[in-house]
Design a protein around this ligand. Sequence first.
Ligand code: URA
Length: 242
Amino acid sequence: MGAERIDKLLAGTGRFSRKEVKELIRRRQVSVNGTPVLRPDTKVEPEGAVIQVAGETIPCGGYTYLMLNKPAGVLTATEDRRQATVMDLLPPELRRRKLAPVGRLDRDTEGLLLLTNDGVMTHRLLSPSYHVDKVYLAETEGTVDASDVFAFADGLTLGDGVRCQPAGLENLGEHLCLVTLREGKFHQVKRMLAQRGKPVRHLKRLSMGPLTLDETLEPGAFRPLDSREVAALLECCGLAEG
Ligand code: URA
């Protein structure tokens, strides 16, 4: 990775803003290999260094993993000339880390969106061969019934002849259901429910494999994954060490 400024390294984890890092350094709360850092522009080679904030070791050298509660009205894209994208919700130090969304949520869909620069994990989480379930909460016109549940379980064929893999459907009461998919075709949940005569009025992604939306995140807010969440994701896509 090469040597980088300590304030950039720490802000790049998503846990602190550059301003917070400055203040932490001023209060002598940041150390590298046990030595307090005195200036935010101190260069550090993160590989093998023990970087601590208030005594807690902060992994800085590797990939960045963020959970975003995507709000309606922004595009799932890294850039767009006309419309706001999910990247516009991040501070500059995180935008510079070449993060990309894992999968796509429609502009009007809300909920869990993982952003990372770990390309191998991204590929595996999206590949049907790794069987990573994505769970959506859908509000529909009409209410799904047992025949819809069977049709989803069988593998639906959409109007244009596209065949879907078997999917989970659970009725949660009037106008509300949970949909579980292992693939991610364009507008898939909306098209599947529309095919059954239950168009979607509102859609929110709740989980992706072992990762569940942190409901304390307001729409538009993000946080870095904690080490247990990262370990669970690595495990579910066969990337855990040992
Ligand atoms: N399926 C949809 O129809 N839309 C989404 O945003 C995600 C899954």
